[in-house]
Design a protein around this ligand. Sequence first.
Ligand code: 13P
Ligand code: SF4
Length: 316
Amino acid sequence: MVDTDWADEVRTLARERDAVILAHNYQLPEIQDIADHTGDSLALSRLAAASEASTIVFCGVHFMAETAKILAPDKTVLIPDAAAGCSLADSITADQLRAWKAEHPGAVVVSYVNTTAEVKAETDICCTSSNAVDVVASIPADTEVLFCPDQFLGAHVKRLTGRDNMHIWAGECHVHAGINGDQLAERVAAVPGAELYIHPECGCATSALYLAGEGVVPAEKVKVLSTGDMATAARHTSATAVLVATEVGMLHQLRRAAPGVDFQAVNERASCKYMKMITPEKLVRSLREGTDEVDVPAATADAARAAVTRMISIGH
Ligand code: 13P
Ligand code: SF4
């Protein structure tokens, strides 16, 4: 139940600060509901770039707020808790990427948006889970690709593009890597007839396709989707039950999109502690006190901007 005094205070403070509140699909339900926009990484980046508000309050994790600052350097970008990090973004540093590039001169670097601003500054094109396939497909077929940092998303993109000149960094998100094939097989057996929504960062993405290949689940019921594309699929589904392999915050958005459908987590413990650091209290404090302000050094932001701008121009 949303506290109406809290909601009123948030709305009043946001108006006074000329702030737009953006929330990722993994945020706490109260935060998703109060935000001006809730969505996936690509949609939120586009909204940050297009917003007319002078302040963006980013309810998500630090790399998302940094991406907003790169796209909108003249705006004030706030995150209610700057300690909200990301294990996937931590899995490659700019020094590591520079060393990898030196081993593959001429290769095009594609970095997932879940990276630091310093890594983006070393990148040719960024991507998100919703446009990664389109981004890699936009690179000439005879050009080597370095894809970082997520190994499961990389494997998914490699499978769909059929590219054999794509090198994949061995990083992972601890939350999605922990959703494994055994859990998926168990849930599929327990809920016969369910559709599967699988985020491509999941350790079980290959297992889902294996289950389809073996005829355990009809292939058309297996959907590998970004969080935003899951919400869109939910609005159009005729399924009565859907098994969801991603961070559990997503269930709130799916249940709002399709209240009659039984959405169940493949792994109920798949909760991102960083996303959950953004609490209702911290959102109010952020709006009241202007904390925590996100700054990206101008040289880094300038070096990263082209890669991020390419990202938001590709895909649906
Ligand atoms: P999307 O919302 O873009 O699918 O990304 C998920 C994610 O891992 C954010 O941390
Ligand atoms: Fe990072 Fe994983 Fe949390 Fe997403 S769910 S913010 S990839 S740690």
